[in-house]
Design a protein around this ligand. Structure first.
Ligand SMILES: NC(=O)C1=CN([C@@H]2O[C@H](COP(=O)(O)OP(=O)(O)OC[C@H]3O[C@@H](n4cnc5c(N)ncnc54)[C@H](OP(=O)(O)O)[C@@H]3O)[C@@H](O)[C@H]2O)C=CC1
Ligand SMILES: O=C(O)C1=N[C@H](C(=O)O)C[C@H](O)C1
Length: 275
């Protein structure tokens, strides 16, 4: 017997990802839009979420009351801002529902609070929900392990649209973590996120980041492994935000059957060693 469609709440409904999520949910068998939430000051409150996202009337008005929305829901899809995601994680824990977090730019304190919420909520969190980037992360891990001898320098390059507010991107950090794992080192202790002025020569074993912003670029990432006389380059280019939204809906459906905990897209995609 097939289970009824999973009731999903989209928070940040007016955002670039919020609208893409509403569209993708409307096209996904097994998922249904239960509620759409935005900030109390948002001009879209009261508007139909489907009309807002260009998929026709869905009979779901945008509200600013997450608590009420979460009570009867089974999952929340959250691509908003760190402060809001931390708050939603607490509410999802109270409601015992699945919380898919795509938001990026968290502080260490935010991460601690999300981990605490995952004692009761099923949280799936990733800096990038696409299949391609998560596969790329695994390839980067392998390449970093294979090219771990001295003389191979790792640099992560990213470009995004002019509206993006955090840097390096969540994806760049995910790829940096993958490279660090391949090397058996800590990213936190070896990352170089900014270079300016007389920096001196590159420090052996560091992982560098470079950030570009402009135009409407959805998301482009490259990991360069630069050696003496040769460079290996591993890249991903996103041209459509629906790749992230499809991954998020897939994550929510997967999380429905899981125990409370903090999971990543590697768990959802079966690429995790521990799952
Ligand atoms: N993990 C992944 O695969 C991906 C992650 N992202 C990340 O998702 C996040 C959002 O990206 P994007 O959609 O481009 O950004 P937008 O700015 O377009 O959307 C963010 C939305 O969140 C809303 N918002 C802000 N505060 C609250 C709140 N307290 N409660 C409810 N809603 C709130 C904003 O409303 P308002 O505009 O009124 O402030 C806006 O509608 C970013 O962190 C981005 O990096 C993006 C794509 C893929
Ligand atoms: O802000 C964005 O747009 C994106 N954010 C995510 C990130 O920080 O990596 C994922 C994707 O690249 C788009």
């Amino acid at each position: 017997m097939t289970s009824p469609a999973m009731k999903l709440v989209v928070v940040g409904a007016s955002g670039r990802m919020g609208q893409t999520l509403i569209r993708v949910i409307s096209e996904t068998e097994g998922a249904v839009l239960h509620a759409a939430i935005d900030r109390p000051e948002s001009p879209v409150l009261g508007k139909d979420a489907g009309e807002l996202a260009g998929v026709g009337t869905l009979g779901v008005p945008v509200t600013d009351d997450p608590l009420k929305a979460f009570v009867d829901a089974e999952g929340v899809l959250d691509f908003t801002v760190p402060a809001a995601s931390v708050e939603y994680a607490g509410l999802a824990a109270q409601a015992r529902i699945v919380h898919v977090i795509g938001t990026t730019g968290f502080s260490e304190d935010d991460e601690t609070q999300i981990k605490a919420a995952a004692r009761h909520a099923r949280i799936i969190k990733s800096g990038n929900m696409s299949l391609g980037v998560n596969l790329l992360g695994e390839l980067v891990k392998q390449a970093a392990a294979a090219l771990s001898a001295k003389g191979w320098d790792i640099e992560v390059l990213e470009m995004h649209h002019r509206h993006k507010v955090d840097a390096p991107s969540g994806t760049a950090l995910l790829l940096g973590e993958a490279a660090a794992e391949g090397r058996g080192i800590s990213l936190k202790e070896n990352a170089v996120k900014v270079r300016d002025g007389h920096t001196g020569p590159r420090e052996e074993g560091t992982i560098g980041f470079a950030t570009l912003r402009g135009g409407s670029v959805v998301g482009e990432h490259s990991v360069l492994l630069a050696g003496e006389g040769e460079t290996v380059s591993l890249s991903h280019k996103a041209t459509d935000r629906s790749i992230f939204a499809r991954g998020a809906v897939q994550a929510a459906l997967w999380g429905r059957a899981e125990k409370p905990g903090l999971y990543s897209m590697l768990d959802v995609l079966g690429l995790s060693k521990t799952h």
